[in-house]
Design a protein around this ligand. Sequence first.
Ligand SMILES: Cc1cc2nc3c(=O)[nH]c(=O)nc-3n(C[C@H](O)[C@H](O)[C@H](O)COP(=O)(O)OP(=O)(O)OC[C@H]3O[C@@H](n4cnc5c(N)ncnc54)[C@H](O)[C@@H]3O)c2cc1C
Length: 559
Amino acid sequence: MILGSGGAGLFAALHAHKAAPELSITVAVKGLLGKCGCTRMVQGGYNVALAREDSVERHFMDTIVGGAWLSDQDLAWKLVTLAVERIRELENELGCFFDRNPDGTIHQKAFAGQSFDRTVHKGDLTGIEIINRLAEQVWARRIARLEEHRAVELIRNPSGSAIAGVLFIDMRTGEYVFVRAKAVLLATGGGPTMYKYHTPSGDKSCDGLAMALRAGLPLRDMEMVQFHPTGLLAGTHTRMTGTVLEEGLRGAGGYLLNGAKERFMPRYDPKAERATRDLVSRAMFSEMRKGNTTPHGGLYLSMSHLGSAQVTTQFKGMVERCADCGFDLAGGLVEVVPTAHYMMGGVEFAADCTTVLPGLYVAGEDSGGVHGANRLGGNGVANSTVFGAVAGDAMAAYVRQQFLQEPDTEKIKEAVDACERPFRNSGSPNLEAMREKLYDVMWEKVGIIRDGSGLQSAQGELEALDAELDAASVTPERAFNLTWHDWLNLTSLVAVSRAITLAATARRDSRGAHFRADFPECGPLDQSAFTSIHHDRVSMKPVQFSRVVPGQTLLRNVA
Ligand SMILES: Cc1cc2nc3c(=O)[nH]c(=O)nc-3n(C[C@H](O)[C@H](O)[C@H](O)COP(=O)(O)OP(=O)(O)OC[C@H]3O[C@@H](n4cnc5c(N)ncnc54)[C@H](O)[C@@H]3O)c2cc1C
């Protein structure tokens, strides 16, 4: 059973099928297979060390340094080495066409925070190519699909020693469906959609992470929420606000300007606009706090100095997206704002994608530990495809030696009961007001710049929101009751927001994406520790420097 049909879920399905064609494999997804999730939205591309002058060691060091030494180094090593295999598989076995150089080699472009131009892409809409080809391959095989099936609970066997299956809501009818499975992959893609400005697809509401928390799995690095510097800011009337303008724009030499149309990034970092996302987002937020902003309260992105024709050719999709919102990316200024983009945190897992719960695997954005405190642009889709494939291989081998487990029926009843709660309540729901409250508290108090008192007050506000949700009601229809699903979305988002806030409170330093105004120092790198949440307790666990220690490098000829 595979939950989610992004890069992680589809790669897992294909690999499990290849390893064991006789297996009964099902991909269950909240939306339609091939049409939902964030892998489809990947714009910029896929990091992989292919060029002769590049190396997996260099990609690894960029990942570790970018992640502020918090990454699990064995996971990061797996990412960079297996990305090479996956990109070959995508091209040669699955049929993706990526952009090429005139000599026939794959074109690789610059992304921020990297010491080499290693981002493979298809124009500036790479994810559509990847997901379309993966979906076609899944459709062509004997792999079952449960579309518009929303997973609501991971169910163990009665002793709790192994996974027994997953409880779903069939969104088309509103009926509950329990599916038994010998192995389950959690690949629902995280997604920080609890922030006022955010990039992920609307189907993502941290359901997988919320289910994992309820199932008692430890989650790590939850305070590490990445803000992408260039979210489109086109006013409150449009859902385009918050959507991302790709990293390659800054990589290619784009400038960020404040409301007075002055370039400010060189004052914050020597790499200016090409610094990592955390640094650029924080600099932008600081400029915004000074009040020197654009009409919508953000900043400007300027590309025109690179030549309007060149920008139009190189970033066709982005130019069109901006034009749809009334901005001229190639020749004028575009209003932008940092936007919540990616969760580095997620379920703790081993290099074969196993978790502490036998039979439960995790891959992609639901997992934590690969990126540490900050994900490099281009490492997200590499992460989901690499670990999706690892999970598929591992699950195929595991399932061959397993029997189906009996489910804990009490837990199924409890989970159904929890989902039914809003049908039992009375009064009209005002989910929109609750969502706005959630947006505001997360953006203002648990966002780009945090401090102890803000985090404490956020915890209180999130608890109050939780209670409000508990008391909210929805209309009694079952089939495609989107208000009910919105209620379920918000329930997951509030649970995960509380975990983010707890972890951010526990980390009394500033690392990567996590910045505490009251603890601005990063602390000694050689004593790095990551946050681990189990139920609602946070502990700090030391990072194992299994391949390289802070201050050293795997690269030769580097002073
Ligand atoms: C706009 C945008 C641009 C990006 N650009 C890049 C880029 O250029 N390079 C890069 O490396 N990364 C990029 N990323 C990040 C990248 O998309 C993700 O890191 C990666 O694709 C996540 O893959 P995934 O398989 O874990 O999740 P997803 O692809 O998001 O898939 C999650 C799946 O789970 C399903 N799901 C969710 N909840 C449930 C539930 N309760 N029950 C059943 N199914 C459920 C969803 O419907 C979806 O099918 C970008 C992200 C966004 C939002």
